[in-house]
Design a protein around this ligand. Structure first.
Ligand code: HEM
Length: 272
């Protein structure tokens, strides 16, 4: 969409060659994992085993190509998004001590030092509000795109059929008419009694409509479990003080800024 001339991608520039090499390495890694799992023929309690096992109801087992496509989708759409969300979360918590303290109170009451699991999710509502508020301020998918299928008028502007439309969740989620005091990190704006219909509609961190993220529940569960487990033991602090600078790459990531883990309960049992 950004470079709509297909042949440009085939010119052997250093960047295109790097890209082709990276694709080949990724294909090889995925193919290798699938071959390894098929050869070992052991049932493991993980996602790849489940994809390979197929649908128990119909007995249909996907072929190598379909397993590869599923793994590629999960890797491309589901790994860096969730990792980026967690990165922003720890940076924002380090800068918002009151929110961090409340998270620790919740995590300590629910987990008492053990790692979180899926069954804890319902008892970690503050952790979920923290993650939702981070997604509002720094949506990893900061740009969505659509193509109009018919002439369309939006807010007085007419777009012809076939137009590329770029939508920015980052801008919409900081609209002060929808989110008062939009630059403030306030997880409680997602309390059930405070959240408004317009707020829900303007929240596009997982997209909207029929292409909405199909991994939303999976990603939020993963991020909540990781956030609660890490926060139960560790206090993450930026290695060097400095402003948080968003960099718009394919995802919206913070400019590299290492964090150092400090044990929250010195002398406590090691759960790391
Ligand atoms: C916090 C984590 C995540 C964020 C912020 C996120 C964000 C998004 C967004 C904004 C879209 C819509 C793109 C569009 O409308 O153009 C999307 C689609 C998608 N996401 Fe996620 N995602 C996350 C986690 C995941 C995970 C964990 C998976 C898989 C395990 C996943 C799989 C997908 C897939 C397959 C689509 C395409 C759906 C379709 O086009 O029908 N995502 N995601």
């Amino acid at each position: 969409m950004l470079l709509p001339v297909p042949w440009v991608h085939r010119v052997p520039t250093p960047a295109n060659r790097r890209f082709a090499r990276a694709c080949a390495a990724l294909e090889e890694a995925i193919g290798g994992a699938i071959r390894h799992y098929r050869r070992a023929e052991e049932e493991r309690d993980d996602l790849l085993s489940r994809i390979i096992a197929g649908d128990p109801a119909s007995g249909r087992r996907p072929d190598d190509r379909e397993v590869r496509d599923q793994v590629m989708s999960i890797l491309a759409a589901g790994v860096e998004t969730t990792a980026t969300l967690l990165t922003w979360t720890f940076h924002l918590l380090a800068r918002n001590p009151e929110a961090e303290r409340r998270l620790w109170v919740e995590v300590d009451a629910v987990l008492a030092g053990r790692p979180a699991s899926f069954d804890d999710l319902a008892r970690l509502p503050y952790a979920k509000r923290v993650l939702t508020e981070v997604l509002r301020l720094y949506p990893p998918t900061w740009m969505l795109s659509r193509v109009t299928v018919a002439d369309t008028t939006i807010a007085g502007t007419t777009l012809p059929r076939g137009a590329d439309v770029v939508i920015s969740p980052y801008a919409l989620q900081r609209d002060p008419t929808v989110f008062p005091d939009p630059d403030t990190f306030d997880p409680d704006r997602w309390l059930p009694e405070r959240v408004t219909g317009r707020q829900k509609q303007a929240f596009l961190a997982f997209g909207a409509g029929r292409r909405r993220c199909m991994g939303e529940l999976f990603g939020m569960a993963e991020a909540t479990i990781a956030l609660a487990t890490i926060s139960g033991t560790w206090n993450l602090r930026p290695a060097r003080p400095g402003p948080l600078r968003p960099v718009p790459r394919f995802l919206l990531v913070p400019a590299a800024q290492p964090m150092l883990p400090h044990r929250r309960h010195p002398g406590g049992e090691d759960h790391g």
